[in-house]
Write a protein that binds this ligand. Structure first.
Ligand code: PLP
Length: 383
């Protein structure tokens, strides 16, 4: 079996697994406890925060640990909306966002906020002018992801940030950086973001920890009430093993970004041109996208049917993002990009990681040809 689902979950580094195990055994004390074991645990969290801050090029106090990027996105959006509702009750986001952003915005809409969802162009890009045109005097927050988790399309974050701040300097700019970090250069400061979310398990770290960069001076209304952990913005005893191991993964991802992108780009480009040669398929990713995501559709064929066929041939692929793969609905992202319903139902996402080689890609190509052929024959038989 070859695993092609790194964008859903990447296999953890061995040292990440070892760190989690060791810390669970040795540092079980509560970091809030005043005794020596508690102080040691608190020091480890402080160090992990420094490591993340240095990898992101920000101040240590600007890092908040959460349980994952779903929570980071919820906290960024609902926390900002609730904290700054005195400035207005309007939010701008896009049709491309991950459900953790999209659904948070829909929830706010149900609670009386106005939300504008900006549409992408057919290549999946967001025009900064469309964002600028949507920002108003009462816009509290704009949220635009760096890299789309289905197609890998990359947004011009710096231009979007400039457009937001020119339209309204008080509007906060949130970037969901989950699929971009470690694959493309740039962090919150480069993007002009006030808020920036990250997920260590997408970069070979552990599950159960997420990061949120909160620019100095910005406050978020805590969604989880309790103690004064995480600068009063996120209560709950810290998940120390995941935080420390997650910080390792963040450091490694930032150190290895250039090398990883250099290795993945030729594999991605090879796959893109191979897929364009199969007349039955529509390719939804481009060379301007992220180096690790290739998305295509077989219009008229449900994505999960093709995915199951590929699994029988030893290839583990995804139908779209893991969070939406169990819905039978057409992909909201592909529909927004102007694909028809048949294409939006028949999507396959291949996501690459550092374990992949040319020969893995060759094996995948052979499997795709066989799978498409088998489905065509089965389709013909059914007519
Ligand atoms: N944002 C994007 C773009 C993602 O791809 C994902 C996960 O698929 C998330 C947010 C949520 O991350 P987590 O799995 O850490 O909750």
């Amino acid at each position: 079996m070859i695993y092609w689902d790194y964008a859903a979950a990447a296999p953890p580094y061995e040292e990440v697994v070892r760190t989690v195990e060791q810390l669970m055994q040795l540092h079980y004390a509560n970091p809030s406890s005043l005794h020596r074991a508690g102080a040691d645990a608190a020091a480890l969290i402080r160090r992990a925060r420094e490591v993340c801050a240095s990898a992101l090029g920000v101040r240590t106090e600007e890092i908040t640990f959460t349980s994952g990027a779903t929570e980071s996105n919820n906290l960024a959006i609902k926390g900002a909306a609730l904290q700054y509702s005195g400035r207005g009750r309007h939010i701008v986001t896009t049709e491309l966002e991950h459900p953790s952003v999209y659904e948070s915005c829909l929830q706010l809409r149900e609670m009386g906020w106005e939300v504008d969802f900006v549409k992408p162009k057919p290549d999946g890009g967001i025009d900064p002018w469309d964002i600028a045109a949507a920002v108003r005097k009462d816009t509290v927050l704009v949220s635009v992801m760096h890299v789309n988790n289905e197609t890998g399309s990359v947004q011009p974050q710096r231009d979007i940030a400039r457009a937001v701040k020119e339209a309204n300097p008080r509007t906060l700019f949130h970037v969901d950086g989950v699929q971009g970090f470690g694959k493309l250069p740039g962090g919150p400061r480069d993007f002009g973001a006030d808020l920036y979310s990250l997920s260590p398990h997408k970069i070979r770290g552990p599950r159960g920890v997420g990061l949120l960069y909160v620019r100095e001076g910005v406050r978020l209304f805590p969604l989880i009430s309790g103690g004064s952990h995480e600068n009063g913005m996120r209560a709950g005893t810290e998940n120390l093993p995941a935080i420390v191991a997650g910080a390792k993964a963040v450091r490694l991802a930032s150190e290895r970004q250039r090398e990883l992108a250099g290795r993945l780009l030729p594999l991605r480009d090879r796959l893109l041109s191979f897929l364009r040669g199969i007349p039955e398929l529509v390719v939804n990713s481009t060379e301007a996208g992220a180096p690790h995501i290739v998305h295509f559709s077989y219009p008229g064929m449900k994505g999960e049917v093709l995915a199951r066929q590929l699994e029988q041939l030893g290839m583990l692929v995804s139908t779209r993002s893991a969070c939406s793969s169990r819905t039978a609905e057409p992909s909201r992202v592909l529909l927004a990009m102007g694909r028809d319903e048949a294409a939006a139902l028949g999507g396959i996402r291949i996501s690459l990681g550092d374990g992949h080689t040319e020969s893995d890609v060759a094996a995948l190509e052979t499997a795709i040809v066989k799978a498409v052929l088998a489905l065509k024959i089965a389709e013909g038989g059914m007519r």
